[in-house]
Write a protein that binds this ligand. Structure first.
Ligand SMILES: [Zn+2]
Length: 115
């Protein structure tokens, strides 16, 4: 469970919990969650390059690794191309300066030898 939701529920009085119980049963919470999600989705359809509303004719790009997919909708081909150019610049390896944060090797205590 989301710890935020957990904390909210823990902080409610008995009366508030009864109201929440009714709201859950009657689908008010589900309705509110749906409305909030809808507004977030609407906000994400802004062109990330020029902040214009792409409308119906936007270009949607889905990118990123499989476990962290990102979606961006561009108002036009020029904004899409600009973004792809930036992405390419960002991905180009710069010199041989490997960042210090490599894949974390988990701590293995099996090398401990006692004589
Ligand atoms: Zn744009």
């Amino acid at each position: 469970m989301n710890p935020k939701i957990h904390d909210i529920i823990e902080s409610l009085t008995a009366d508030e919990l009864k109201t929440l119980d009714t709201d859950l049963r009657e689908g008010h919470v589900q309705h509110l969650v749906g409305k909030r999600l809808e507004s977030y989705e609407r906000r994400q359809t802004m062109c990330p390059v020029c902040n214009n509303d792409p409308g119906e004719s936007g270009f949607t790009l889905i990118f990123g690794p499989a476990d962290f997919r990102k979606k961006a909708t561009f108002c036009g081909q020029d904004c899409l191309e600009y973004f792809l150019g930036k992405l390419k610049e960002f991905r180009q390896p710069q010199d041989h300066n490997e960042p210090a944060t490599g894949p974390q090797s988990h701590d293995r205590g099996e090398n401990h030898v006692a004589h």
